[in-house]
Design a protein. Sequence first.
Length: 268
Amino acid sequence: MPELPEVETTLRGIEPWLANQRIVQITVRQPSLRWPVTVGMATIVQGQLVLAVTRRAKYLIVELEYGSMLIHLGMSGSLRLTARDADWRKHDHIEMRMANGATLRYHDPRRFGCWLWSEGEHRHLAHLGPEPLSEEFCSDRLFQLSRNRKMAVKPFIMENRTVVGVGNIYASEALFRSGIRPDRAAGRISQQRYIVLTGHIKAVLAAAIEQGGTTLRDFVNGNGEPGYFQQTLAVYGRGGKGCTVCAGVLKDIKLGQRSSVFCPNCQH
DNA sequence: CTTTCAGCCTGACGGC
DNA sequence: TGCCGTCAGGCTGAAA
């Protein structure tokens, strides 16, 4: 599951090979992604110079001379630099070849990702909240936006208009570290507790990005996956097991159709 | 305005 | 062993 740290790691891995290079060819083997990948996109993009590659939320943006491409990895997508004539693996859907010989492959078994081209601003970026590691994301923002909200705090911090890039894993972990139950109403959490929560959201994401970076070299060479999954997760995926702090049984509930694991003893 | 929820998709896993 | 049901999850857009 590519969360924000994995997308950031991907960006750092591919950016040096794409920036200031011309796209020689795009090959689309499977156009049925989240939205259809159009022939028009490949036609428009081929021959263009890549001005820059950036990230916004979990989207990668390939800035071109004319317009830009928006890439999302969805649930199971990955981008790898491969040998020029590497064998096509199952679920390799798109290949982008650069003038310097770099070859980028998009691999996505579940096909929840997207590759979209737009002349102007992409509609998917229009209503996004601030980046979690920016100063715009602060406890005041969480506190103000949460007033009168009856929604549970976990889906609230996972909403993209609140703050971007906080997926199920890191929302669960940050709430555990903050001692806040994920099903507590967002509007009934104090300013003081939002200060604590904001700090943990930033810390857990920053740590994960740093760990992703430790395997950057392998990642670029196409030999491995980003390494942040190796980090110890205290609650995510550990429903029914023992709490790492109090040894009590972790509870697994559904919030907004998503699995939410927490410790009923440590989180209130 | 708010909140909820179906749907997109494949692979992993458990039960029989 | 294989089949079948269930689950996982980000995001959109429609419904309530």
